[in-house]
Ligand binder design. Structure first.
Ligand code: 5GP
Length: 119
């Protein structure tokens, strides 16, 4: 849980443009992009562009506030665009917490009662 930030993690490479991503929203503070292995239609990830926190424990409150505000804005946009019946927001910390990419991120997974979540 308390290892050093790896500047070559996948999301750092996405932020540097070294590997491609399908961007949904970008400003000075945050990037919202499509998850490459979506658990449902419209599964997106929200990350900070300014913070190198691996987990929620490390993130500066100001940067975390920007990420959560962007998560809410994105959820509203998804609600309008895809009209899901519900949606799940989740965020994993540490190997044991289910985290696989160690640059803090939130997931939004749109949900429909007749479509079970994949993966
Ligand atoms: P977590 O760390 O929260 O368990 O999940 C990391 C998420 O990043 C997974 O949902 C996975 O599908 C996604 N992911 C892993 N590699 C890439 C990638 O190269 N591009 C994108 N867009 N998503 C990725």
């Amino acid at each position: 849980l308390h290892a050093a930030y790896d500047p070559d993690n996948i999301f750092a490479k996405i932020l540097r443009g070294e590997i491609p991503s399908v961007k949904v929203w970008e400003d000075d503070d945050v990037l919202v992009f499509m998850d490459v292995f979506p658990q449902s239609e419209g599964h997106v990830l929200i990350i900070s562009k300014t913070s190198t926190a691996r987990t929620m424990l490390e993130m500066e409150p100001e940067a975390l506030a920007k990420v959560t505000a962007a998560t809410q804005r994105t959820a509203k946009a998804i609600e309008k665009a895809l009209k899901p019946e519900g949606f799940s927001v989740f965020q994993y910390n540490g190997d044991a917490g289910g985290q696989t990419v160690f640059h803090l991120h939130f997931h939004i997974v749109p949900r429909w009662s007749d479509r079970p979540m994949k993966g």
